[in-house]
Design a protein around this ligand. Structure first.
Ligand code: PAF
Length: 272
């Protein structure tokens, strides 16, 4: 497994592999890898990639000033071992300084799908995501890139960016991987105390009830999550493709929830 820290080194290698006819997959991550990330690598493998490049970068540009950039969990050694065991062929570990050169002043902004939901609560977040993902796409020129459905809005925004800017890269969205309790796997789960973790289960439980038709409105879903002692950031129902708000929960919708368990912001969603 190759390890790159320098964008130029990665780009040179990826170009050569491409010229040699290799099918290249990119799995962008912020590290502290868990089974959700490993499922993305497995997906890349199953789709027949010759090279699977995993990027591990806690991207400062997608965090707001009062968010958890500094505290975000990092464990390079464990990430390397997990990538190797999962079958990645290259790992990219850049530093903020070599991803964003002095006086970096170019950003990518998607202006429609990124407006609501997490985009409304985390100003600048998707500008940071689109910018770093566009940079990774330019460095690796993958045939396809794999993202997780847990970040549903992110996946839709990236698909739109790829379409609008003609990246010519297939975006593959892999299903949410859950803990046996139902909690969606996330690097941020590591922040949770035992009590917060137990309360956090209300999010996936509620979304399961929504999907089963036993909870019929987003107001009722928000109430159910709040009852467990979580602070609801939002529960919304949108068109699964356009992310336009939908009044009624019905087929073709996605119901998304964000809520705080203590200080930890968790997200989850279900496509109806
Ligand atoms: O989903 C994530 O982990 C990040 O937002 C991503 C796509 C790696 C960009 O930093």
């Amino acid at each position: 497994m190759k390890i790159f820290r320098n964008p130029a080194g990665l780009q040179k290698w990826a170009k050569a592999r491409r010229r040699a006819g290799a099918k290249i997959a990119l799995v962008p991550t912020m590290g502290y890898l868990h089974e959700g990330h490993l499922s993305l690598i497995a997906k890349a493998k199953a789709k027949g990639a010759d090279e699977i490049v995993v990027s591990v970068f806690v991207n400062p540009v997608q965090f707001g000033p009062n968010e958890d950039y500094a505290a975000y969990p990092r464990d390079e050694k464990a990430d390397l071992a997990k990538c190797r065991a999962a079958g990645a062929t290259a790992v990219f570990f850049p530093t903020p300084a070599n991803m964003y050169l002095d006086a970096h002043s170019t950003y990518v902004v998607e202006e429609r799908l990124s407006q609501g939901l997490c985009g409304a609560r985390r100003p600048g977040h998707f500008r940071g995501v689109c910018t770093v993902v566009a940079k990774l796409f330019n460095l690796v020129s993958p045939d396809f890139a794999v993202f997780g459905q847990k970040d549903y809005q992110q996946a839709q925004v990236i698909k739109r960016m790829v379409r609008d800017l003609n990246f010519g890269i297939e975006i593959v969205v892999a299903p949410i991987v859950r803990e046996p309790s139902g909690l969606a796997r996330s690097s941020r789960n590591t922040y949770l105390s035992a009590d917060e973790r137990a309360r956090a289960l209300a999010i996936s439980r509620t979304l399961r009830e929504v999907k089963a038709g036993r909870i019929k409105t987003v107001a009722a879903a928000a109430k159910a999550i709040a009852r467990a002692g979580l602070k609801v950031d939002y529960v919304e129902c949108v068109d699964a493709k356009t992310l336009e708000p939908r009044r009624r929960i019905a087929k073709g919708c996605c119901v998304l929830a964000a809520a705080y368990a203590g200080k930890t912001r968790l997200i989850d969603n279900v496509v109806v």
